[in-house]
Write a protein that binds this ligand. Structure first.
Ligand SMILES: [Fe+2]
Length: 376
């Protein structure tokens, strides 16, 4: 069957070559064109209501016309007419990923970062969405921020999390209290030193954003230790590329086991993003399981693992500071490695209330606060 084709448009086996503004042309697949007809999307729900799975054959045009600013196709199968603006088509002609406003470049930081940590007064965040935007930016770029002037209440933490998403439970529950417990199930609940780690690596997907609201801290000791895992992993990549490859490719076992739970997962110590850049780390000596990998492989893996573990403790990376009552430190749990020095439990009170949120939800909040979206 012959197809009425506009001048300048070329029919290919499975798509059309279309002249675009600026003098270039772009190729578009028939399935893609039919699937993404503007009428495929419901304006109210903003969801796709057209279902291409209901079409039994490859969509083929019966006629194609071109105006100065739009391509129009009438489809053979159902006679439906689709109209696409050429400007809109141009965005998809090169197969480039849709720009993401939340895809901000990470900036690695080192041990001198404490005075520069982005700080936000919590009451200001509660009333000014521009401050929330700046807070999320700090989380995306540096992975850490300190909120000040937190009200001394359980609700204050929940209300603060709600600015960027929901409280994300773990198998410990929705909230956790870091203070000395009588029957501790976790080193965090003792006064002992807590070595550098990321939280709950035994979960299949460890939570993305961690909140630690300091409600009291009058003890001797108990200094907070924080470092940027991205800075350390980037240095390892330069200094020992073979070790970097081992740590970024090998899945190692993590566990968390007590009377009523037996959590297990396998994680890579160094995490890479889709561009191959370091996005973070998963590290926890108290939750690393006995490595059940071939012993001969461990001849290579253990030296790399230990080199990285020693680097984490270097003064080049480690910030040491005292958390003050009324502060809440918020950090990317897949990037920022944290710990605590030992303290004297009888010297005063130390109480941190913590919870988690989701990184995807945080990025969603950022996009919604900074961009118009496609359907307005
Ligand atoms: Fe922790």
């Amino acid at each position: 069957m012959s197809v009425a084709l506009a001048p300048g448009v070329t029919m290919k086996d499975h798509g059309l070559e279309v002249p675009l503004p600026g003098g270039k042309s772009g190729y578009f697949n028939f399935y893609w064109l039919r699937d993404n007809c503007p009428t495929s999307f419901d304006r109210q729900t903003r969801e796709r209501t057209f279902d291409i799975f209901h079409h039994v054959r490859e969509p083929r045009p019966a006629s194609v016309s071109l105006s100065s600013d739009a391509l129009e196709i009438t489809w053979m199968e159902d006679g439906h007419t689709s109209r696409y603006s050429l400007e809109w088509l141009s965005q998809y002609s090169g197969g480039r990923r849709r720009p993401d406003p939340a895809d901000l470049l990470r900036r690695a930081w080192y041990s001198d970062h404490y005075p520069q940590i982005a700080r936000f007064a919590q009451p200001k965040l509660m009333e000014d969405s521009r401050a929330v935007v700046a807070w999320i930016e700090a989380m995306l770029v540096e992975g850490i921020a300190i909120l000040t002037d937190m009200p001394d209440s359980d609700e204050a933490l929940t209300e603060t999390v709600r600015l960027i998403g929901h409280v994300r439970p773990t198998f410990f529950g929705e909230y956790f209290d870091v203070k000395t417990h009588i029957n501790p199930t976790n080193l965090g609940y003792t006064a002992k030193a807590l070595e550098l780690h990321t939280d709950t690596p035994a979960e299949e997907m460890a939570p993305g954003v961690q909140f630690l609201h300091c409600r009291a801290n009058s003890v001797e000791g108990g200094m907070s230790l924080f470092l940027d895992g991205v800075a350390v992993a980037n240095d390892l990549r330069k200094e020992c590329p073979e070790d970097f490859t081992l740590l970024s490719e090998t899945l190692i076992p993590y566990y968390c086991e007590h009377d009523s739970y037996d959590m297990r997962s396998r994680q890579r110590v160094i995490e890479l993003d889709e561009r191959g850049e370091v996005s973070g780390v998963t590290i926890s000596q108290h939750m690393a399981d006995i490595f059940d990998l071939p012993q001969a492989f461990l001849d290579r893996y253990y030296p790399a693992f230990c080199r990285f573990g020693r680097m984490l403790q270097s003064d080049k990376y480690l910030m040491r500071f005292r958390m003050n009552a009324g502060e809440c430190i918020v950090f990317d749990n897949h990037r920022i490695v944290h710990g605590r020095s030992a303290y004297s439990a009888t010297s005063g009170e130390r109480y941190l209330r913590g919870c988690y949120a989701d990184r995807g939800e945080m990025r969603s909040a950022y996009r919604a606060l900074t961009t118009e979206g496609r359907f307005k």
